[in-house]
Design a protein around this ligand. Structure first.
Ligand code: G
Ligand code: G
Ligand code: MN
Ligand code: NA
Length: 251
């Protein structure tokens, strides 16, 4: 309950949130292709509160709509300085997607920041689709018509993933890191990852593997023709300043 009030306060204060940036790399060239932005909350007395603690609170209270808009605007503003070199991937909560003004907000932010829609990828989870399939499909089509890409995040952790891939126009599948961890040592995970990669290939949807930490996992994914990767092996989520050093060094 205290955290609820603190989160409300944080939304007003405006200086307690920051974004972390995690690399996404192509698995053939190993070159960076983009960053996923991850929200961080620096609580004035508790320090860093993990997103797994405060995102659910933000969702329950509806504050996620306001916070999510800040994330999107800040991320697009930052990415607009990358000279088109990298894509930016932003997590979108179910409530944001269901907001009647969401598409308009995205369009306004692109205009305002000058970021090309082709550089923006929105990550949504299965939870977004379950609520109102007809509306979700309409919103996804509007976003795609604007030129954005949409990724299915945390693939495999929810349910009815397979039917959803057929019905909804996803541009990328992100295999959840729980399947990627130790994939080279665990036959069940290997089977799940392999079949997801085959499914992606059959449906012509590129697959990104999350949570790659060691060379053996990378090697497995490479042999199975995974398109791209993200994880501690390539880097922990970086602060804005660390990310800027990397981006500027590559210019
Ligand atoms: O960043 P990791 O640090 O711990 O993120 C934990 C969880 O929080 C992940 O499931 C991630 O998708 C979610 N998350 C991180 N940033 C955002 C955000 O900006 N919006 C939403 N909706 N979820 C986020
Ligand atoms: O659910 P989502 O994929 O949006 O959230 C990404 C989360 O995964 C963040 O909390 C991020 O810090 C975490 N993460 C990213 N790479 C790795 C990794 O290689 N290993 C582990 N354990 N966590 C990771
Ligand atoms: Mn994500
Ligand atoms: Na994920």
């Amino acid at each position: 309950l205290e955290l609820v009030n603190d989160l409300r306060q944080a939304c007003k204060a405006g200086d307690q949130f920051e974004l972390a940036y995690q690399l996404q790399n192509d698995l053939t060239s190993l070159e960076p292709v983009g960053f996923e932005v991850l929200l961080r909350w620096n609580h004035p007395t508790r320090g860093r509160v993990p997103p797994t603690t405060f995102i659910p609170i933000a969702e329950e209270t509806g504050l996620i709509r306001q916070i999510g808009l800040w994330v999107l605007r800040t991320a697009c503003h930052e990415a607009s300085t990358w000279h088109g070199q990298y894509n930016i991937a932003v997590n979108v909560a179910p409530q944001q997607l269901m907001q009647p003004s969401f598409v308009e907000h995205v369009s306004d932010i692109l205009l305002e920041t000058g970021l090309s829609a082709q550089q923006l990828e929105l990550e949504i989870t299965e939870a977004s689709i379950i609520d109102d399939q007809v509306h979700t499909l309409k919103v996804m089509q509007q976003l795609k018509n604007m030129g954005l890409r949409i990724a299915m995040d945390d693939f495999g952790t929810g349910y009815s993933s397979l039917a959803m891939l057929q019905t909804f126009p996803f541009d990328k599948i992100k295999i959840d890191r729980s399947f990627v961890q130790n994939v080279h040592k665990d036959a069940q995970r290997a089977a799940i990852v392999r079949s997801t990669l085959l499914l992606g290939a059959a449906l012509d949807i590129p697959v990104l593997a999350e949570g790659v930490e060691v060379e053996d996992e990378l090697q497995f994914l490479r042999l199975e023709n995974c398109a791209s990767v993200q994880g501690f092996y390539f880097g922990k989520p970086m602060s804005r300043d660390e990310m800027r050093v990397l981006v500027q060094g590559k210019k």
